[in-house]
Ligand binder design. Structure first.
Ligand code: AHR
Length: 513
């Protein structure tokens, strides 16, 4: 740098020292951005640990203030987040869930064992009617995951009929007897979950045959037909998306995909949620950024068989997965959530926006008290995690139109053998007519400068929110629930352009005016 700068100045390039060091961000006019489906900000609520029971559902008789059994504090926080969609009842749980266990008077519902998650009793207090009460109160869309693993085509077809039938069929009448006259609106329906693993250890070929078999019998009224989701692959495996798109030509609106970020990449020792070394920070970021390649590779195989992009690629499970803390039930997957998780979320959002032409839905795992949660609860107490704040900051991107960006001169953040680009960015024109920019500095040690030139879009001022903290594992506790939260941010442009300083380990989301 010391040598290059005087040389450039001598050659007449009027570049300042910051310009040389700064990430350059420009609109990429060579490509068209897609609409960022609001469901990219979808949630996932499984019957797992305290994800539903205690986390959101406390029952109508609880001392914790609730509406129809759903706790008011958590509901209010989720409404503020503008949750667009909730996936339920699993996950692995879905493939052992029998919907008839979850309807009718609560006292008559059978108690089962949740064999996937801690072997605890599942009293079926939350079933179909309760789930729809939740999504209706949130104003969210419903994503119901059917049981392929231990169910039958008949059971699955009857569940869909129970939820959607309008006439006098015995299942519609049973729904009415259980208190619901109008059909429920089922926006999305998935046939099984992780068919390659907990959903039945199948091959893509076997699952594809079953998918066609089951969907033949799944019927719903024309005005209430869900989008059909096939259970797809995970991580670097593209064979599921490839085989499904090559062989299923009807009743398949999307193929799902799962990818979790483990700091070490190993399932036996994943890494700690807090008090981790910097090597875990960078490996977490590095493994998160792998999502971009996984989506790209799946898009390549899908484009071969579905060039018109009719079939979506839904990342319906993603997020961080750490070691369970000592003393916690290992089957409950409860983990703390720090600034690192918020950065992971923002990096993923930026990747999903880039692929919004195929990625129309994603579901972070999971909404409350499980894995990378938005909200943690301890009996009557509740806190919002840094991941919650990242989701809230990105709300303007829901249903916005992506404005592809070209980043150049991006500095590397390096530690040992691992190196990642320090700066990531996304932009979109939102429904309110304004352009929004989101920038992430993944370097925990060094502030970065970004120089932004949006060509035809003049930048006079920007205002929004900045999320950062001193510690890599800054987090909220029940004693200090607001230890980390976003702060107001504003800056002025110069000659229609903008130079921004991004603090170390930060997320910045601003509206351009
Ligand atoms: O989100 C936790 C579990 O992770 C889900 O039940 C399963 O689908 C995945 O393996």
């Amino acid at each position: 740098m010391r040598v290059i700068k005087p040389l450039l100045l001598a050659l007449g390039f009027g570049l300042s020292a910051t310009a040389l060091a700064a990430t350059q961000i420009q609109l990429d006019s060579s490509t068209q951005g897609a609409v960022i489906n609001k469901n990219i900000y979808g949630q996932f609520a499984e019957h797992l640990g305290r994800g539903i029971y205690e986390g959101i559902w406390v029952g109508p008789d609880s001392k914790i203030a609730n509406t129809k059994g759903w706790r008011n504090d958590v509901l209010a926080a989720l409404k503020d987040l503008q949750v667009p969609l909730v996936r339920w009842p699993g996950g692995c749980f879905a493939d052992e869930y029998h919907w008839r266990d979850g309807i009718g008077p609560h006292k008559q519902r059978p108690v089962k064992v949740n064999t996937n998650w801690g072997g605890v009793e599942e009293d079926n207090a939350v079933g179909t009617h309760e789930f729809f009460e939740l999504v209706e109160m949130l104003g969210a869309e419903a994503y119901v995951n059917g049981n392929l693993g231990t169910g039958t085509p008949q059971e699955m077809a009857e569940w869909l009929e129970y939820m959607t039938a309008e006439g006098k069929s015995s299942l519609a009448e049973l729904r009415r007897k259980n208190g619901r006259d109008k059909p429920f609106k089922v926006h999305y329906f998935a046939v099984g979950n992780e068919a390659w693993g907990c959903g039945g250890n199948m091959t893509p070929e076997y699952y594809t045959n079953l998918y066609k078999h089951y969907t033949t019998f799944l019927k719903a009224p024309a005005n209430n037909t869900p989008k059909w989701i096939a259970s797809g692959g995970h991580s670097e495996d593209t064979s599921w998306a490839e085989y499904l798109t090559a062989n299923v030509k009807q009743k398949m609106d999307a193929v799902s995909f799962h990818y979790y970020t483990l700091p070490t990449g190993q399932w036996d020792v994943k890494g700690a949620a807090l008090q981790f070394p910097e090597s875990d920070w960078i490996s977490t970021m590095h493994r998160t950024l792998a999502m971009d390649g996984f989506i790209t590779n799946n898009k390549v195989v899908m484009d071969k068989h579905d060039p018109e992009k009719k079939v979506g690629f839904y990342v319906d499970e993603w997020g961080t997965w750490y070691d369970v803390e000592k003393g916690d039930n290992p089957g409950f997957l409860y983990q703390q959530n720090s600034l690192r998780d918020a950065i992971v979320a923002a990096l993923n959002f930026n990747i999903f926006h880039k692929h919004a032409d195929r990625v129309h839905m994603t579901n972070i795992a999971q909404m409350v008290n499980v894995l990378q949660a938005m909200i943690l609860t301890d009996k009557e107490k509740m806190l919002l995690t840094p991941t919650y704040h990242a989701f809230k900051m990105y709300v303007p991107f829901q249903d916005a139109t992506a404005l592809p960006l070209k980043l150049s001169n991006v500095p590397d953040y390096k530690l040992g053998e691992v190196s990642i680009p320090a700066v990531s960015a996304t932009a979109a024109k939102a429904k309110d007519g304004h352009v929004y920019l989101a920038l992430v500095n993944a370097n925990p040690n060094k502030a970065e400068t970004a120089e932004i030139n949006l060509a035809g879009i003049s930048i006079n001022t920007v205002s929004g929110q900045l999320l950062t903290a001193d510690a890599m594992d800054a987090h909220n506790t029940f004693a200090k629930p607001e230890a980390i939260k976003p702060k107001a941010f504003s800056a002025k442009g110069e000659n229609g352009k903008l130079s921004l300083e991004l603090p170390a380990k930060s997320i910045l989301v601003v509206k351009v005016q």
